[in-house]
Design a protein around this ligand. Sequence first.
Ligand SMILES: [Zn+2]
Length: 184
Amino acid sequence: MLKRTVIGLFATALALVGGVVAPSASADVHAAAVTITYDDSQAAEFVDVVAQGVAIWNGAVENVQIEKASPGTDADITIIANDGWPQATLGPVFPGGSGTVWYGRQAVDEGYDVVRIAAHELGHNLGLPDMKPGPCSSLMSGSSAGVACTNPNPDAQEIAWVEENYADAEKPIERQTVVIGWLD
Ligand SMILES: [Zn+2]
């Protein structure tokens, strides 16, 4: 009898706590889209194709948007042109993070599509791994789809994955320690 009363009180207390906490918690989950910034000051001749890759992602997803960083401010993603194979750090990058895309000219010289490379490497910054081997319809199939593949758009699964990565705007910043290469 006493035990049942105690359990009943406990349940009532939980219900009260739940009633107070739940509304504010659920409001946070659906906060505004996460905005992250990129710096293309070291992107050399790839400035325009990187902007196209950014535009593709901004059009494909809602929970994160990528903007060009204002001059003199710290960007969350840095684009660096070099002579190697394209590489990127694995995100998801959040505000205050430090993602990097190394836009390597070697893949361009081999004939891979320049916008597909940009969108693919940005996909890594948004938290997508490589999905190799894979079809041309998959952005993250990367080099495995061959040089004839010019599709720069993520497929439905890739879009859903990024949306999930940024569904909670309060998610803590993750370490950018894994580097993934175009030919890996
Ligand atoms: Zn890759």
